[in-house]
Design a protein around this ligand. Structure first.
Ligand SMILES: O=C(CO)[C@H](O)[C@H](O)COP(=O)(O)O
Ligand SMILES: [Fe+2]
Length: 224
């Protein structure tokens, strides 16, 4: 993709992770985010194998899109063999599907398959994975997600050492004259957000920080 954005302005997009929301009141929680001007949700999918936890399902994504069609649904697949699952999430109405580089043997093909369906594709790097693995993908991905926690659970501490990876991706993006979003996920709050922004991220996922307080709007406004 050719670079379209003008340089300079670094207004970041916030994607609330509904893993941090009260699951018994998901509709209310999403409405709370929407009232604060949020237009996209981060939806974590886990299989108990790639990570030792379970998350949301394609049925959940479908129901979220039925109730909030204007909300962009960003699906973060933390599963082994993501290629076996993408059709379910495409059919459910996902707008973006991101999968872990570590979870598949053919990341390039998988990005192609997602994009062929008219859905945006993102590649995710766990903390131990170096940025160099995305070199062959940067021309075709819509987003690169640098995990700032070990995948699997919300509410973990931000790994600040990941900021050098974010900066490396931002440098690559400039040098290659390509356009993709640079996202971080895990431990983003009012203490860590500035680091993320300074490193060059364009999108930040935030779960427990935004949802665990009783004033979503006030917490959001401390970020952007
Ligand atoms: O992918 C994830 C965990 O693997 C979540 O999206 C992430 O942890 C967000 O939650 P929090 O902001 O509470 O860290
Ligand atoms: Fe996530």
């Amino acid at each position: 993709m050719l670079k379209s954005k003008e340089k300079g302005e670094n207004k970041m997009r916030i994607m609330p992770s509904i893993l941090g929301a009260n699951s018994l009141e998901l509709h209310k929680e999403i409405a709370r985010a929407k009232e604060s001007g949020i237009n996209g949700l981060h939806i974590d999918v886990m299989d108990g194998h790639f990570v030792p936890n379970l998350g949301f399902t394609a049925q959940n994504v479908k129901e979220i899109k039925q109730n909030f069609p204007e909300m962009e649904a960003e699906v973060h697949l933390m599963v082994s063999h993501p290629e076996q699952m993408i059709t379910d999430f495409i059919d459910a109405g996902a707008d973006m599907i991101e999968f872990h580089f570590e979870s598949t043997t053919n990341a390039y093909y998988l990005v192609q398959q997602i994009k062929k369906a008219g859905v945006k594709a993102g590649i995710v790097l766990s903390p131990a994975t170096p940025v160099s693995v995305v070199m062959s993908l940067i021309e075709i991905v819509d987003q690169i997600l640098i995990m700032t926690v070990n995948p699997g659970f919300g509410g973990q501490a931000f790994i600040k050492e990941m900021m050098s990876k974010v900066a490396e991706v931002a440098q690559l993006k400039n040098a290659q004259n390509t356009d993709f979003e640079i996202e971080v996920d895990g431990g983003v709050n009012d203490q860590t957000f500035e680091l993320v922004k300074k490193a060059g991220a364009t999108v930040a996922v935030s779960g427990s920080y935004l949802f665990k307080g009783n004033n979503f709007h006030e917490r959001l406004s401390r970020l952007v």
